[in-house]
Design a protein around this ligand. Sequence first.
Ligand code: HEM
Length: 460
Amino acid sequence: MASVKLAEGTSAGFGGHAKLPPGPRMPSALQATGWALRPLAFMDRCAERYGEMFTLRIRRNRPWVFLTNPEHVKQVFTIDPQLVRSGASEANPLLTPLLGSRSMMLQDEPRHMTDRKRVLPSFHGQRMQDYGEMMAGVARRQIQGWPLEEPFALWPRMQAISLEVVMRATLGNVEGERAERLRRALVELTNWVNGPRRLALLAAVGERSLTANPGFHAVMRPVEELVLEEVRRRREADDRDEHDDILAMLERTPGEDGAPLDDRKMRDELVTFLSDGPTATSLAWAFERLLRHPDKLARLRAEVEAGEGEDYAEAVVKETLRLCPAVPVVMRRLVEPMQLGDYTIPPDTIVAPCVYLMHRRADLYPRPRAFEPERFLTDAARTYTWIPFGGGVRRCVAVVFAQLEMKRVIQTVLSEVELRAAVSRSEAAARSSVSFAPDGGATVIATRRRTTPVDLPTAA
Ligand code: HEM
């Protein structure tokens, strides 16, 4: 971004006394390019130049105000939910065509809360313990198929594990040919979306680059058909009342009109859950970082082998999500003006708590670029300074589930195989469809462990 010209002071032009924090003056098309191609470097540079609050103009000239002060982030996460709209489709124009316009992630209040409450029971209590065992079992089976003594990228392997986990949590124990067809369709969709130039096109043209492309529909349609086939099967099954997966929760709670959710709504909600990308990315990062820190890896392995407690595994997960957040920024669109520090941010502006920059503040995290899980052994991960899952009423519904999955998968891998990095250099962050993954896919070499695999903790 060295050639980018940045200028001080930019004002809203919304009339009244509204004023936006400073930010780059270059045309929004150039800002969009910087955002699409090297978003992390772009944000770093803006933070360096403008400090803890700055304004970018990336899409349709609607300003995005980036926030990295915990007080401001708290204000945004605790604002009356009626006064903000979902910012998800602004941040990522992929979301509407992929998830569907009725996905809970894209709803405004009060509909969003109704949708959210429908699925929350899936993520509480005894369910977590059952999920933990399922997650370790899925990981153990998948590891059996890993190559030994030759380099391979962990990221796709982590995608395979997290896909199977989320399919089971969403649709129950779909097995055999049916499961395989859905798995293949979801992988094809992900690969297509991650294809060359796809993201640059998406940034330049917006969601039309997908909706007007027959290639997109060719990979989206099989996913929709297979998901709806699962819905139909469940509705006709004799044991349909005995399930407690996400599909069951959606079936059990009717819509606002008292009628069962229609197929379109079922499609959008189920695809939203099945599209979990951040977990695989975060797992790939956990291994990428651990393998470059043999002392941390050894400490974690010792904890796994001892089979007593999992404080260090917990800290490794927290530190991975701090240092390498898969989702680097979350967004809300203001309905009313909002006072943030010295600025009155006008309506229709996007306010964007910036996970990536917040997690790299040296005043909050000493040596912020270092991978130091130990920091979370002594300090708690706090609500408004550790924000990889966003916050407020839109905070990731799977916040406990996802951390449990990361823990169980990491522990299972370490108890089954020895891993070493295939290349010595650290991997950089590269953008995938909705998250940021290691650019070499976390390439490793695995060898079978000589000791007997250990029993993992069963509590969530
Ligand atoms: C490490 C893994 C994960 C990370 C880092 C992550 C991160 C996030 C973030 C940043 C948001 C937006 C929060 C906001 O706007 O404040 C979100 C929302 C959401 N996530 Fe996750 N997520 C992860 C795993 C998962 C998994 C495994 C699932 C499904 C089983 C899931 C389902 C959702 C849903 C449905 C929402 C929308 C919530 C709402 O709008 O109320 N996430 N996630």
